[in-house]
Structure formats: structure tokens, C-alpha cells
Design a protein around this ligand. Sequence first.
Ligand code: C2E
Ligand code: MG
Ligand code: MG
Ligand code: MG
Length: 290
Amino acid sequence: WAKAEGRGRWAVYDPQRGARDLASSALATRLPVALERGEFVLEYQPIVPLHGGPTCAVEALVRWDHPELGRLGPDRFIGLAEQTGLIVELGRWVLRRACADASGWLCRHPGARLVVSVNLAARQAADAGIVDTVAEALRDAGLPAELLQLELTESAVMATAGEPLRSLRRLAALGARLAIDDFGTGYSNLAYLRRLPIHTVKLAGEFLMDVGADDALGARGERIVDALVRLAHALDLTVTAEAVETAEQAARLRALGCDTGQGRWFGPPVPAAEIDAALANGGPCADGAG
Ligand code: C2E
Ligand code: MG
Ligand code: MG
Ligand code: MG
């Protein structure tokens, strides 16, 4: 694999050693150019209180407007960016763009106090500069830290090993909120989770898939969600249900005690300007909360 040799320097990618196919090696090679040329864009997906009220947060989701291939989703390139190390630079760009957009929303719609939620990759979370990167992004954007949430998967938390508590505590000490993403899909070390300075768990879509289905799978899915919600609430964490696709799911997840929901039922990821437009109309997807 091509690997980072210090900040901002990348070794030449060698497609014969480890590239699974030509297409992904070509994408990996182009990533640094794409970052330089500004081909990445963010979309924002609303996170909505299940028990009423306007959108309280939006998750920043990165896309690549590839000149030949069109718009690519993160599943096509985030893994490659992690392997090549470019994720540190790309992740810094995402953080800075998201904080700038959130600062703009705060300035134009001060009443909404919309939180922006940004994904941190394992390698990015493990990077020694992550706390400074977040602090600088907040400061340069003029965004109050409590309006930034950072999402880490369980494996990203574990990747900070050795120093995980220290760097998570430093991030929390900045005032940013921390969330565990795709909660329940990794190896949950519950004793460890209890010691982390986190505020929120996001329940992975794959648990929720069956919720609301009128069959054995549905019943089982609901028991799992019920157990996870009780666990999270016992630890004073708020619960966001991801990938909510139907009215039935939204209703069941509300009944099971989930605090907030995100998914196509409430609204797809949209460009920053659409969030502005929705805030001007009293909140994005305010009627999706049904
Ligand atoms: P995630 O953080 O769990 O993000 C939620 C994913 O669920 C997004 O996929 C979103 O578009 C998708 N989704 C939204 N509504 C629904 C729904 O109703 N049903 C289903 N099945 N899915 C829904 P997306 O945008 O393709 O992102 C995929 C993953 O890529 C993200 O999962 C996240 O892990 C990663 N990612 C995205 N942006 C970034 C980034 O800036 N940095 C890093 N490190 N990872 C990112
Ligand atoms: Mg996708
Ligand atoms: Mg996420
Ligand atoms: Mg997730």
C-alpha cells in the first residue's frame, strides 16, 4: 500500500501490491488531486427528535464529484482514503467545511442552534493532530464547540488505543459532543463504553431494518433495540436511530424510547443551501417527524 510519510506527503501508490482492482487503484491515485481540485462536497441529513420539535442536528456526509464517474458515495472512497492515509487530510477538509457551514446556519438562523455531526475515521481519530485539527476548525469557523458532534464507530474508538481516553477526553473538553456511530455492530466493551466521555449512541440501520415488520424478525429486532435503548439510557446517553425508512419504523422506534431519528423517512442528505432554505421555513423536514 501507498502510505503516508508524515503530514501532507504521500508515497506513490503501487497498484501491483494490494490493489484489489484497477478501478479502485485508479480512484486511490486520484484522491489527492481530487482534494486539491475541490471535487469533494458535503451533503447534510437531518436528525429529528422523535418526540416532536424541529430538526436538532444534521450529519455531514461526504461525496466525490468525480469528473468522469459522476457523484461517488463514501463507500467507494473512504476505505481507500484510510488505506492511503489521505483520510487525515480529507477528514480535516470535511471538519472545516462542516464547521463553516454550521457557522453560517447559526449566523443566519440563530434560533435554530443546529448541531453539525461529523464522522471521524479510525485512522483520523488515531492521528496525533486530531484535537488541534478540531480546535482549529471550530475557531476558524467561529462555531461554538457544543454545536459540533463527532461520530466515531466502536472500532474508531478502539483505534485510538493507548491514548483513546486521553484524546476523547480532550475532544470532549473542547466542548464538542461525541457519538458512537453504528452502535451494536462492533465489539461492545460495555465496561469501556461506560468510561468514555460520550453523549450519544447511533443505532445501526441493520438492527432497525426489521423493526416495524409484523413477523418474528420484527419482534426480535424490536427486542434488540429495546435492550440497547435501555442500556444507553442507563448510561445517560441519548439514542439516535439511523436509517429510518418508514412511518411504521419511526412510530415503533419512538415507542421503544429512541430520542432522535435519521433516515429517508425524515429526509435524504441534501446540499448545505437546502438546509438553509429549510431553516428559513421553520426547520428542515419539520413535518417529517409525523
Ligand atoms: P454513517 O455515518 O452510518 O452514515 C449513514 C449512512 O446511511 C449514509 O450513507 C446515509 O446516506 C445512509 N442513509 C440515510 N438514510 C438512510 C435510510 O433511510 N436507509 C438506509 N439504508 N440508509 C440511509 P452514506 O452517505 O453512503 O455514507 C456511508 C458511510 O460512509 C457513513 O455511514 C460513514 O461511515 C461514511 N462517511 C460518510 N461521510 C464521511 C466522512 O466525511 N468521513 C468519514 N470518515 N466517513 C464518512
Ligand atoms: Mg452510500
Ligand atoms: Mg455517521
Ligand atoms: Mg451510522
